[in-house]
Write a protein that binds this ligand. Structure first.
Ligand code: AMP
Length: 309
């Protein structure tokens, strides 16, 4: 598979690398991992990262260069469907490569490299590099390791496999500082710590579902951005009595974004009922009303009852 990517890269002088909107560690890790690998292997090529910057990130900002998309190759990382691609121009590019680990809903690439048995787009990329015996720079390996670390939730979710750990070990062999990556990806400041404690005080329990509805005024009071607030679903993780949990975050423009999570209950089809999608046990949807929230909660409770039968 890497051979097909290399063949395409060699045909273009400009390569544009994309990720999904509201990028997480895997979206940025895969984007900047690919960028740094290409830049190192083909120093004369113009390689640009495209997307809206998010503050306080360990990863670099995106590039602001003018590009003739018609002469460029697009590589789109960690993005299951075209509506979620962050940034313009990808659909004007001469060729498009999709690299992803979500269940397939939209094969928008000319080349689609998708493995939904992996826990991260960074794992898909690391496995290709590993199988191809690529030697990586510390920078490339670190970006990919950080993405793998975040999307695998520190190597703890059901999609983490022997292959995931082999990919991690391969990346670490280039000198990745494991502790530094953990601190960069998971450290929070006191403001965020206070916000997390506030969220914990707002949890509502219904059977083995837990959920929090957080309003704009709540996160703004703590000086937390919408993007950051939305990431906090894991304040409900790893509790024995909680099988599924949802964070409903009020969007700046109104209505709520849902982040659905579970230990072992499939819920991406429930996310799809509300116009969203994602992985079996981690999915999302946008623009839910308060009425939708009640409906989604009920669907989740019903699903957990069904699974217990
Ligand atoms: P989130 O809860 O936003 O972190 O998203 C969890 C997973 O669901 C990610 O893998 C996203 O790609 C996916 N996802 C989130 N929102 C949507 C959406 N509106 N449509 C499709 N997939 C989504």
């Amino acid at each position: 598979m890497l051979d097909q990517i290399i063949e395409l890269i060699e045909q273009f002088d400009t390569i544009c690398i994309y990720r999904h909107i509201l990028p997480d560690g895997d979206a940025k890790g895969s984007q900047f991992g690919m960028k740094s690998w290409i830049k190192n292997k083909w120093p004369d090529k113009k390689v640009v990262a495209i997307g809206k910057d998010t503050p306080n990130s360990f990863f670099p900002d995106c590039d602001q260069e003018s590009i003739d998309f018609s002469k460029a190759l697009a590589i789109i990382c960690d993005t299951s469907n075209r509506e979620r691609i962050d940034g313009e121009g990808w659909d004007q590019c001469a060729k498009v490569i999709k690299i992803d680990h979500h269940p397939v809903v939209d094969s928008y690439g000319d080349l689609n490299i998708v493995d939904d048995t992996t826990c991260a787009a960074c794992e898909v990329i690391a496995q290709m590099f590993m199988d191809h015996h690529e030697t990586l720079t510390l920078e490339t390996a670190t970006y990919l390791y950080c993405g793998l670390l975040t999307d695998s939730q520190k190597f703890s979710i059901p999609t983490v496999s022997e292959r995931s750990l082999k990919a991690a070990s391969y990346l670490v062999s280039f000198g990745v500082d494991i502790q530094k990556c953990n601190l960069k990806m998971f450290s929070i400041n006191l403001k965020e710590y206070g916000f997390e404690n506030y969220l914990r005080s707002k949890v509502i329990y219904k059977d083995s579902l837990a959920y929090i509805v957080v309003n704009k005024a709540d996160y703004e009071k703590y000086g937390i951005t919408y993007e950051k607030a939305k990431e906090k679903v894991n304040v409900m993780a790893n509790v024995d009595e909680i099988e599924s949990y949802v964070l409903y975050t009020e969007q700046p423009e109104g209505n709520y974004a849902a982040s659905f999570r579970s230990k072992r209950t499939v819920l991406n089809d429930i996310a799809a009922h509300f116009g969203g999608g994602g992985h079996n046990f981690a999915s999302g949807a946008k623009n839910l009303t308060l009425e939708d929230i009640q409906k989604a909660n009920q669907e989740l409770i019903d699903r957990m009852h069904e699974s217990q039968k």
